[in-house]
Design a protein around this ligand. Structure first.
Ligand SMILES: NC(=O)c1ccc[n+]([C@@H]2O[C@H](COP(=O)([O-])OP(=O)(O)OC[C@H]3O[C@@H](n4cnc5c(N)ncnc54)[C@H](OP(=O)(O)O)[C@@H]3O)[C@@H](O)[C@H]2O)c1
Length: 248
């Protein structure tokens, strides 16, 4: 592979939005490393995209594990010597639990587990891969968030739903702004976006949009030109026909 070809890592890419983002990036000629915490599921996704004629690779990655992230990072360094794009997609949403309908009943253990996967893991993998971006002074980090975590929206249009999930994604948004500030001048652009309500295992069958539609903004942010948006929050593009920034 020539050094010109961009290498992208998508977390939780065995299904749902992560798989859709991987497919779209790969269709653009970007070399995508699919990752999953379950090897069988990840290899099945790899087989699927390969059968579509896409040139993808696969490696095990549990973003909530220090050991897994360290092993993965070492493999990336040895295999490619760099990373150009990181899409922090892996996430959990414990809304199925009845106590998760209100902040007054949410269990601290659930909150902790949700923060571990949705926030701390995003920081863990970002810390590990940013040095591999700095090698070529190029990086694009896309953090998958949700409009439900927009403090402006909550202030004006509140409905009690998924407090652990929402708080964790508010954490993701904060992480996006802080990381972007720390990386100013490095040509590593860090942004968050809301993919909208999608028909995935998490979103359920009633959702109005597909994971492929939700992937559009991720692709836009993963391929930003130098000097593009930094530390911003974007809406799903299909809703507005183009990139629209959201209020934090
Ligand atoms: N669906 C929606 O309507 C919606 C709306 C707004 C935002 N989002 C966000 O979009 C992202 C993707 O969601 P989705 O709808 O595609 O959900 P999904 O179908 O439930 O997929 C979640 C993915 O994250 C992976 N994952 C969870 N914990 C992980 C870990 N510790 N290490 C590695 N992978 C892990 C899952 O792997 P397993 O298969 O092993 O569980 C799965 O691949 C999430 O960040 C979610 O919060 C979704």
């Amino acid at each position: 592979m020539t050094t010109q070809i961009k290498v992208a890592v998508v977390t939780g890419s065995n299904r749902g939005l992560g798989l859709a983002i991987s497919r779209k990036l790969s269709q653009l000629g970007i070399h995508v490393v699919l990752t999953s915490r379950n090897e069988t599921d990840g290899l099945a996704a790899h087989k699927q995209l390969s059968s579509e004629g896409l040139d993808v690779n696969y490696h095990l990655l549990d973003v909530s594990s220090n050991t897994s992230v360290a092993e993965f990072t070492q493999w990336l360094r040895q295999t490619y010597g760099k990373v150009d794009i990181l899409v922090n997609n892996a996430g959990i949403n414990p809304t199925a639990k009845p106590e998760e309908s209100s902040l007054l009943t949410v269990q601290p253990e659930t909150l902790q587990a949700t923060f571990n996967t949705n926030v701390i893991a995003v920081l863990r993998i970002s810390q590990a891969l940013i040095p591999l971006m700095k090698i070529n002074n190029y990086g694009r980090i896309v953090n998958v968030s949700t409009e439900m975590a927009s403090l402006s929206t909550i202030a004006s249009d509140y409905y009690p739903l998924a407090p652990s999930y929402r708080l964790s994604k508010i954490g993701v948004n904060g992480l996006t702004v802080l990381l972007a500030k720390e990386l100013q001048g490095d040509n590593i652009l860090v942004n968050a976006y809301s993919p909208g309500w999608m028909k995935t295992d998490m979103g359920g069958d009633d959702a109005p949009f597909t994971a492929e539609e939700g992937a559009e903004t991720a692709v836009y942010l993963a391929t930003l030109p130098d000097g593009g948006a930094q530390g911003q929050f974007f809406a799903e593009m299909r809703k507005f026909g183009g990139p629209i920034q959201l209020q934090w």
